[in-house]
Design a binder for this molecule. Structure first.
Ligand code: PHE
Length: 341
């Protein structure tokens, strides 16, 4: 009987769908039963062999079976699609409870940090920042600064020469001459000059390349007490308000009078310790009133204006401020060192 066959087909489809786990299986079952050569389709084709009386009834039964089977297939298809989606969601799940990965960001090198602090202190006092060439002429490095011909720094052994007259600057002071020459005669100047300088030295406190910061003020009626007050303010800003400052007579060819400036030891506060060689003091910079010859050599009139200048090593300031005992650490790029700043 055709009607029995219909029931068998429905049951078979149901059975096979239960076992299938992939969309392709469902598609195969669809073809097998409802496709052009499918089993239900061939039942439909066999209707023509039935009597006119039976044909509509059986035809209706086949059609409704087709709808039922389509319903099974569609339901199974939806189920499988949902399962595929759920599996995809599960496999792509992000565990938001895991801590994020911190990107490694760089930070300022301790030498830049101290240089910036030093610059800030001087900018607040009204200085401007200028920079000059590291490859310098003997003329600016020595001659314009009143160095005598036989000064030891002019010796090939102490400075790095490129030719007889061209060398790597040994200090930032040539910018004193360049700055004065760049101005109208007797025009006031107030600048600091940060930058690299070069000397033939290498040990725990000396590097052949290091940094200095120069300062120069020229104007009418500048007094030594202006120099003292300004440097005291600067040093207390960098090393703290408790810092004591002392001036000792010294000599530089380009300043007169000249002084070496000491601060009370940052380690022992002046008691005396290994760092300050038990003196309680640390030498920190050189300074003085601009030598009249320097003014003259660079187009200024020492009878009309005067000024002061100072120069200090940036590494030395950083070493004392941060308690670093070997200057070479600044250049070795050891992250264990750098990450402390
Ligand atoms: N140029 C001097 C040095 O390198 C420092 C200095 C600068 C001294 C300005 C006095 C005035 O030692």
């Amino acid at each position: 009987m055709i009607t029995d066959r219909i029931e068998e087909i429905k049951a078979a489809v149901n059975e096979q769908l239960k076992k299938s786990s992939a969309l392709q299986d469902v598609q195969d079952i669809r073809v097998k039963y409802l496709g052009k050569k499918g089993e239900l389709t061939s039942l439909m084709k066999s209707l023509k062999d039935l009597s006119a009386e039976e044909r509509p009834k059986v035809g209706q039964a086949v059609n409704s079976a087709r709808e039922v089977i389509e319903g099974y297939l569609n339901t199974k298809t939806e189920e499988l699609k949902a399962a595929v989606l759920a599996a995809k969601i599960e496999s792509e799940r992000i565990d938001i409870t895991l801590p994020g990965r911190q990107p490694i960001t760089g930070h300022e090198h301790p030498l830049h940090k101290i240089r910036r602090e030093m610059e800030q202190a001087f900018l607040h006092m009204g200085f401007s920042i200028v920079e000059g060439p590291e490859i310098e002429d003997d003329y600016y490095n020595f001659q314009c600064l009143n160095f005598p011909d036989d000064h030891p720094a002019r010796d090939m052994q102490d400075s790095m020469y490129i030719t007889d007259k061209i060398l790597l600057r040994t200090h930032t002071s040539p910018m004193q001459a360049r700055t004065l020459q760049a101005h109208e005669p007797n025009e006031p100047v107030k600048v600091i000059v940060p930058g690299k300088v070069y000397r033939w030295d290498y040990d725990a406190t000396h590097s052949p390349v290091f940094h200095q910061m120069e300062g120069l003020i020229v104007d009418e009626h500048i007094r030594f007490s202006d120099l003292k007050g300004m440097l005291e303010d600067f040093l207390r800003e960098i090393f703290g308000p408790q810092t004591k400052v002392r001036f000792r007579a010294s000599f530089f060819p380009f300043t007169e009078p000249s002084a070496e400036v000491d601060i009370s030891c940052v380690m022992c506060g002046g008691e005396g310790c290994r760092v300050c060689s038990h003196t309680g003091w640390l030498e920190i910079l050189g300074c003085g009133m601009v030598h009249p010859n320097v003014l003259r050599l660079n187009g200024y009139d020492p009878d009309k204006v005067n000024g002061f200048a100072f120069g200090m090593g940036v590494e030395r300031i950083a070493m004392l401020k941060y308690g670093i005992d070997d200057l070479r650490l600044f250049y070795e790029n050891d992250m264990r060192f750098l990450n402390q700043f």
